[in-house]
Design a protein around this ligand. Structure first.
Ligand code: UGY
Ligand code: MN
Length: 247
C-alpha cells in the first residue's frame, strides 16, 4: 500500500524569492527532448528575467536546441555527455559550455546524466562585439578568495568582458564560512546547491538549504548565506552582468 502523503515540502515561492527542493520537482518532456525530462526551477512565469532548468537524461537520452535570441550556459551536474556543436565535445561532471544566440546544438548522454541550464535573451550593446562560444571545465578555473576571505572561494566561469551579459560563478564555503554582508543589488540570481548545506537568508526568511536545492532571488532580494556541516558547501549561481539598469 502506498504511504499517505504528508503534504509537506521545504519549497517556498514568494514574489521576490523561491526555494525549490527535490520533493516538489515536476518532470516534463518538452519537444526536442528524447529519453530525457526537464525540471523548470525558475522562469518568467514567476517574475524572473531568465530560466534555470535541469535536464535529466537516461543513457542515450538527448535534447536538440536551436537558440534564436537566447544564450545558454549549461553545467554538467552528473554523468558524461557529448555536446554536439561544431564537432563532438565530451563533457564530464563539472564540464560547462556557453553558447551565444543563433547556436544550434545537441546534447547526447553517454551515461545517466543531469545538466543544469541558465538561459536568457542576450542584450546587445552598441559598439560591443557579440559573445563567443566557450567550452570548458570547472577544474580549469582558479579559486579566488572572495573579497580576501579564504573561507569563501569564488570561481568565475564566464569572462568579465562587456560582450557577456551573463555571469555564472561557483562559490565554495568552508564550514562556518559566510557571505561577507547581507547583499542588496539590482541583479537577479538563480542558484543550485552542488554540495553541503547551510542557511540562506532570503528577504526576511531564513531557510535551511542543502545539496540539490534551487533558489531564485529577484532584484533587491536581501541575501546572505552561512555554510554548516562538516564538509565545504558549494553552489553555482547565475547573475545578469555588465548591463547597468536603465540602458
Ligand atoms: O555575486 C553575487 O552577487 C554573490 N555574492 N551573491 C550570492 O552569492 N548570493
Ligand atoms: Mn548576490
Amino acid at each position: 500500500m502506498q504511504t499517505p502523503h504528508t503534504a509537506l515540502t521545504r519549497s517556498r515561492i514568494t514574489n521576490d524569492h523561491a526555494l525549490i527542493t527535490p520533493e516538489s520537482h515536476v518532470l516534463l518532456s518538452p519537444p526536442g527532448w528524447l529519453k530525457a525530462t526537464v525540471v523548470y526551477f525558475i522562469s518568467p512565469q514567476m517574475g524572473a528575467n531568465f530560466t534555470m532548468f535541469m535536464g535529466v537524461y537516461e543513457t542515450g537520452g538527448e535534447c536538440q536546441r536551436n537558440l534564436k535570441d537566447n544564450e545558454v550556459l549549461a553545467y554538467v551536474l552528473e554523468g558524461d555527455v557529448d555536446l554536439r556543436f561544431e564537432g563532438e565535445n565530451m563533457l564530464k561532471t563539472g564540464g560547462f559550455f556557453f553558447l551565444p544566440p543563433g547556436s544550434s546544438f545537441t546534447i547526447k548522454a553517454k551515461s545517466a546524466a543531469r545538466v543544469l541550464f541558465f538561459e536568457k535573451m542576450y542584450e546587445p550593446l552598441d559598439g560591443v562585439n557579440p559573445p563567443q562560444a566557450i567550452i570548458s571545465h570547472e577544474s580549469k578555473i582558479t579559486k579566488e578568495p572572495f573579497l580576501g576571505d579564504p573561507g569563501a572561494l569564488l570561481q568565475v566561469l564566464m569572462p568579465m568582458d562587456a560582450q557577456y551579459d551573463m555571469g555564472v560563478n561557483i562559490f565554495e564555503f568552508a564550514p562556518g564560512g559566510t557571505l561577507p554582508n547581507v547583499e542588496n543589488h539590482y541583479m537577479e540570481h538563480g542558484l543550485y546547491v552542488l554540495q553541503g548545506q547551510g542557511v540562506y537568508r532570503l528577504a526576511e526568511s531564513w531557510y535551511p538549504v542543502q545539496k540539490d536545492d534551487a533558489i531564485w532571488m529577484a532584484p533587491y532580494c536581501l541575501q546572505w548565506f552561512v555554510a554548516s556541516g562538516k564538509q565545504s558547501t558549494k553552489y553555482i549561481y547565475y547573475k545578469d552582468m555588465n548591463r547597468p539598469p536603465l540602458v
